[in-house]
Design a protein around this ligand. Structure first.
Ligand SMILES: [Zn+2]
Length: 76
């Protein structure tokens, strides 16, 4: 799965020569994509990961509140 090297222009204007699907811009640190279509896919992946983290984090907070609020309500 090797592809020819290609000049990709970053949003900041820097040109990166790469044959990798995703690279980080050396100037601004933003991701640069070999195939512009990958940009949308990467965004969906990021959203998916964020949603997974948020739901995991939400569950932790829920359990934490249950642990704190449970014993607290006994003192009322
Ligand atoms: Zn850049």
């Amino acid at each position: 799965m090797s592809q020819p090297f290609k000049d990709i222009k970053c949003q900041c204007g820097a040109v990166i020569n790469t044959n990798k699907n995703k690279r980080w811009c050396e100037k601004c640190g933003k991701p640069v994509f070999y195939n512009p279509k990958d940009m949308g896919r990467d965004k969906i992946n990021t959203i998916y990961i964020v949603l997974m983290l948020l739901s995991g984090f939400g569950l932790l907070i829920y359990l934490f509140i249950e642990m704190i609020a449970g014993p607290m309500s006994m003192f009322k």
